[in-house]
Write a protein that binds this ligand. Structure first.
Ligand code: HEC
Ligand code: HEC
Length: 266
């Protein structure tokens, strides 16, 4: 009796090996399937827009749009529709949710944001907020184009925003001014109203008006770069000096005033 029992439980080394292999096979199969699934997802995955390189690539991809806009700056600018702007610029992040961007048509992503109201959302899209770059990184988009893209984006998530039809009154004149040579004489009033608070005293490390030492290496960047930094903000310098409603023409004049007061040339 004891003998048969011992025989029944006694497994040969081959039997043990088979049992171990069979036991390993199931988890192995599961691992292979998971790896295949992950590889499959990676293949379908939208391009990674979070890394610095990918962001640069995105900016490079949208650069032709800005260049095109710049090329026909002299021709009357045809404002792009919200959908066109969205597809050319905003979809890079808002299509996939890159960097935590609220996604197109994802109502849950937008509820609290929409509650801020259209004007605030447009302001945030123009000036940038947290990981959202000013104008989505396309500095040449007009305020109207950004506002239209915000309406397109918001409406996809259930809002009922009315996009601006055409440039608001005064904007054509501003556009003309930015195409014209910036005028430091006209910039003084703009400076006194918008920039003096920081650039008068050097608040937050702002280079002071007329302080040649503070402006020296900055002037070397050239007017266009300085203007672009003033438009989009840089470090302690807020976009448009914090006044989103400042026209680009007025801003260019104020930068010209700061530049010439520091001994720079236009
Ligand atoms: C490089 C990626 C990127 C691009 C390109 C981009 N966005 Fe964004 N956007 C973001 C991120 C990230 C957020 C979320 C920011 C936060 O709230 O922290 C955001 C938020 C927003 C918001 C909500 C702001 C708020 O107050 O909650 C609006 C509106 C918006 N984007 C509009 C646009 C428009 C219009 C464009 C195209 C012209 C655009 N974005 C292009 C990344 C991007
Ligand atoms: C809230 C304070 C503040 C206001 C208002 C402000 N600036 Fe600035 N600005 C700064 C600071 C701080 C810097 C230095 C940023 C840095 O280089 O770190 C700066 C830098 C600049 C630069 C140099 C950028 C560069 O590339 O070196 C220009 C040009 C400029 N501001 C223009 C303006 C104009 C034009 C206005 C008004 C329309 C204005 N700023 C309003 C704080 C301000």
């Amino acid at each position: 009796m004891a003998d048969t029992h011992a025989k029944m439980t006694q497994a040969t080394p081959q039997e043990i090996l088979i049992a171990i292999l069979a036991g390993l096979l199931a988890p192995l199969l599961a691992i292979v399937l998971i790896v295949q699934l992950v590889l499959g997802i990676q293949k379908d995955h939208k391009p990674d827009t979070t890394s610095e390189a990918a962001q640069k690539a995105t900016l490079a991809r949208i650069a032709p749009v800005s260049q095109l806009a710049a090329a026909d700056a002299n021709a009357p600018k045809v404002e792009k529709s919200g959908q066109e702007v969205y597809e050319a610029v905003c979809a890079a992040c808002h299509g996939s949710g890159a960097l935590g961007a609220p996604k197109f048509e994802a109502k849950g992503d937008w509820t609290a944001r929409l509650a801020q109201g259209y004007d605030t959302l447009v302001k945030h899209a123009i000036e940038g907020i947290r990981a959202m770059p000013p104008r989505g990184g396309a500095a040449d988009l007009s305020d109207v184009e950004v506002a239209r893209a915000v309406a397109y984006l918001g409406n996809s998530a259930g809002a009922d925003f009315k996009a601006p039809e055409a440039a608001p009154a005064g904007a054509p004149a501003a556009a003309a001014a930015s195409a014209a040579k910036p005028d430091p004489a006209k910039g003084k009033a703009v400076y006194d109203a918008n920039c003096v608070a920081c650039h008068g005293t050097g608040v937050a490390g702002a280079p002071k008006l007329g302080d040649k030492a503070a402006w020296g290496t900055r002037l070397d960047q050239g007017f266009d770069t300085l203007y672009s930094h003033a438009l989009n903000g840089i470090r302690g310098m807020p976009a448009k000096g914090g006044n989103a409603s400042l026209s680009e023409g007025d801003l260019a004049n104020a930068v010209a005033y700061l530049v010439t007061e520091a001994g720079g040339k236009l």
